[in-house]
Design a protein around this ligand. Structure first.
Ligand code: NAP
Ligand code: ZN
Ligand code: ZN
Length: 348
């Protein structure tokens, strides 16, 4: 086993603090990655505070990992020492069910192995995430970071990037469509960039008036502060699609009213749900759906799309010692637009 230094959480009300644990030695199909950067996703906070229930402690969060391959197992042909690679939200799946065969291991019928707050496919070995010095991963769950891409700004693509790219592609959002992005945070700012690259007419719906200039700079055509009943009335039946990235409780019915006939609202944010009124859907044959990150193949497609369109995340790089403050700022929507931990600070 490989002794590994990280930052972890011992119980739902604990701070994030140094924590040592063990990684497995690379097996024949494994890749050992020295972690250079790890993005800070709002899901890290939800899970560390057990807001979804069933969290596993101790927990080492982090699923937006970029690093360098430092060793490979004897059967590994795709990866070699020195490669710049990414690891995202899951590190294994059963590989046999219909979802896995379709390349969508995140929907594995037997349960994907989440990068942290989960178990390996043996069902008993806990997984630990990217707030740490290194990670051992099966070669099939490793992504190639395109040459020349800034590794710190690439890290958030591993979750915030794929989580917004996947539903836009899956539900067929296309040039000329009117898309509302709810919440300009880590996920939301990536959705705006993808929308622009796809030729979509993007409007940001926000509760933070101070983000207007950023939204327009990132590629939105319009920015609306959703604080009053008037803002909902003024935008009724305006959009073909809504991508909801909001992390806090809100009323889905109000936002559904902004969709046109046959419009689709795609949930990716995971707060507690609010009650849904049937009439909110029925009155304009609207669809409400959700999406969970994306498959490994689609994540590679997204990375290559980003390279082609010169898209990365807007990041604030922090030393790991500032992680607790970074979480508080994330909860206050005070991040432009993703914190990324510089893992070189771990030893210091
Ligand atoms: P984030 O950076 O904190 O962004 C969330 C945004 O939601 C904020 O920037 C803010 O945007 C808005 N918001 C926050 N509090 C609000 C409030 N009280 N009222 C209205 N709007 C509020 O979080 P993130 O990392 O992008 O993650 C967003 C959500 O997606 C989280 O729930 C996370 O767990 C979930 N997630 C889901 C998946 C998936 O696969 N489905 C993957 C990753 C994350 P404004 O300031 O513009 O209002
Ligand atoms: Zn995430
Ligand atoms: Zn499966």
């Amino acid at each position: 086993m490989i002794r590994t230094l990280g930052y972890g959480v011992q119980h739902p009300t604990a701070s994030v603090a140094p924590f040592e644990f063990e990684r497995r030695n690379p097996g024949p199909r494994d890749v050992l990655v020295d972690i250079a950067f790890c993005g800070v996703c709002h899901s890290d906070i939800h899970q560390a505070r057990d807001e979804w229930g069933g969290s596993i402690f101790p927990m080492v969060p982090g699923h937006e990992i970029v690093g360098t391959v430092s060793a490979v197992g004897s059967d590994v042909r795709t990866w070699k020492q020195g490669d710049t690679v990414g690891v995202g939200v899951y590190v294994d799946s059963c590989r046999k069910c219909a979802a896995c065969e379709a390349g969508e291991g995140q929907y594995c019928e037997r349960g994907a192995s989440w990068t942290y707050n989960g178990y390996e496919q043996d069902g008993t070995t806990p997984t630990y995430g990217g707030y740490s010095a290194r990670i051992t991963v099966d070669e099939d769950y490793v992504l190639r970071i395109p040459a020349g891409m800034d590794p710190a700004a690439a890290a958030p693509l591993m979750c915030a990037g794929i989580t917004t790219y996947s539903p836009l592609r899956h539900f067929g959002v296309k040039a000329g469509d009117r898309l509302a992005v709810m919440g300009l945070g880590g996920l939301g700012h990536m959705a705006v960039k993808f929308g622009r690259a796809l030729g979509v007419e993007v409007t940001v719906l926000s509760h933070s008036p101070g983000k207007r200039d950023d939204a327009l700079r990132l590629g939105a055509g319009d920015f609306v502060v959703m604080r009053s009943p008037e803002s909902f009335d003024a935008n009724e039946k305006r959009f073909d699609f809504i991508l909801d990235t909001v992390s806090a409780v809100h009323d889905y019915n109000e936002y559904l009213s902004l969709l046109r006939l046959d419009g689709t609202m795609m949930l990716v944010g995971i707060p507690d749900p609010s009650p849904l009124k049937a009439s909110a859907l029925i009155s304009a044959r609207r669809r409400l759906t959700g999406s969970n990150i994306g498959g490994v193949r689609e994540t590679q497609e997204m990375l290559d799309f980003c390279a082609e369109h010169e898209i990365v995340s807007d990041v604030e790089v922090i030393p790991i010692q500032q992680i607790n403050d970074a979480w508080e700022r994330t909860i206050r929507s005070d991040v432009r637009y993703r914190f990324v931990i510089d893992m070189a600070t771990l030893a210091g």
